[in-house]
Unconditional design. Structure first.
Length: 373
């Protein structure tokens, strides 16, 4: 076991930032037990070895046994924009289909990816699971033995009926209940599924709509849909609006490889809001590794888009965001929100967006403006 070496390349940026790791010359596959890893070490391994190699290291742990047993995944969508699914399609290291192949994932149902699964043919309800995603959902959930991935918040309103969000003939609450009951594990993908997200933003109608996250609504687990339904299942939250594809794929990999046992290991690898600590470090925030930090330290701020200075006065809330975005970066490691000129809106936090509203606007600046008028 663990005889594959992942060699770290020389990289002055990483050595400068991760000085405590700079003497490492390599890491074994056992060390790459990444949901348990120190997040600095994980990022360094991922950056130098590549995510593809990182995933393959699990397969090479067992010579002669190069295939994981098939894992069935059932994906359902509540109130969402499909941005989380689109983000997953952007996975690049490895690409999504390659990751599914390596991990031997059978995606049984996904209404956006598997678009042939409609509900009606020639105006009549389709009556086979190949054509009708409601029948498919029933079949798979009755068989059990799957990971349920939930994208989007689940409506409880009006009056507990869940009918403010219908898909075909069913409410998303009904679909979620059906799918959750026999799931081995539930992964809430994106801030809407994890905590309610923009669906639970404070408004005149928020209590009537009564959207819920899977295991939390905002920071409150007692208001999660699972608690409301009286269903007890292990849950992993992968927040983000949208989440980084690495966060989703590497979490699946850790589970499928057996390196994180469900449910026994979850208290060790998750934070108090159900997030993998390796991607959402409790002791770290996006501000700490910002490429604009020198400007922050020198109190030099941009006040309109297109500059290179600190974005604090344009509403940057990176202090609140516990995530590795500034080091991992998005789009195959090229850039991320703040680097691209957009203030961080702390989209990974349970109370997003109310904790950071008004977005892209410094509250202090706004108050000053109001005082001046
Ligand atoms: S732009 Fe945001 S993350 Fe970067 S230094 Fe300024 S406040 Fe911090
Ligand atoms: S940088 Fe901030 S807004 Fe952008 S993805 Fe990360 S947490 Fe969300």
């Amino acid at each position: 076991m663990g005889n594959i070496l992942i060699h770290f390349n020389d990289n002055s940026y990483w050595d400068d930032h991760l000085s405590e790791e700079s003497t490492d010359s390599g890491s074994t596959a056992n060390d790459l037990d990444f949901l348990r890893m120190d997040w600095h070490k994980f990022l360094k391994a991922r950056r130098s070895g590549g995510g593809f190699k990182l995933l393959e290291s699990y397969m090479n742990d067992n010579p002669g046994d190069h295939d994981f047993p098939e894992t069935r995944v059932l994906w359902i969508q509540g109130a969402q924009c499909t941005g989380c699914s689109e983000s997953l399609l952007d996975a690049s290291n490895p690409a999504l289909l390659k990751a599914f192949e390596i991990l031997n994932i059978d995606l049984k149902r996904h209404e956006a990816f598997l678009a042939h699964q409609g509900l009606f043919v020639d105006g009549e309800p389709a009556n086979t699971s190949e054509l009708n995603s409601e029948i498919l959902l029933d079949e798979i959930s009755e068989q059990g033995n799957y990971i349920l991935m939930v994208e989007g918040a689940i409506a409880n309103g009006p009056d507990g009926s869940g009918k403010y969000f219908m898909s075909g003939n069913r409410s998303s609450k009904e679909m979620f209940k059906k799918a959750a009951q026999n799931a081995d594990l539930i992964i809430a993908v994106g801030t809407c599924a994890a905590y309610g997200g923009i669906n639970t933003a404070d408004s005149d109608i928020v209590n009537i709509l009564d959207y819920r996250g899977v295991a939390f609504t905002k920071k409150d687990p007692s208001k999660g849909m699972l608690n409301l339904l009286g269903i007890d299942k292990p849950v992993i939250n992968i927040p983000g609006c949208p989440p980084h594809p690495d966060w989703i794929i590497y979490t699946l990999s850790a589970i499928i490889s057996g390196n994180v046992k469900i449910p026994d290991d979850l208290p060790e690898v998750l934070d108090k809001f159900g997030r993998p600590k390796v991607f959402f470090p409790p002791d770290h925030n996006v501000h700490k590794d910002c490429p604009r930090k020198e400007f922050f330290d020198n109190k030099e701020f941009d006040t309109c888009v297109g500059g290179e200075k600190c974005l604090l006065k344009m509403g940057c809330q990176a202090f609140l965001a516990h995530a590795d975005c500034a080091l991992r970066k998005w789009n195959d490691g090229h850039s991320y929100c703040v680097q691209a000129g957009s203030p961080c809106i702390a989209c990974v936090e349970p109370d997003f967006p109310d904790n950071t509203r008004p977005l892209y606007s410094s509250k202090k600046n706004r108050k000053r403006k109001e005082a001046d008028q």
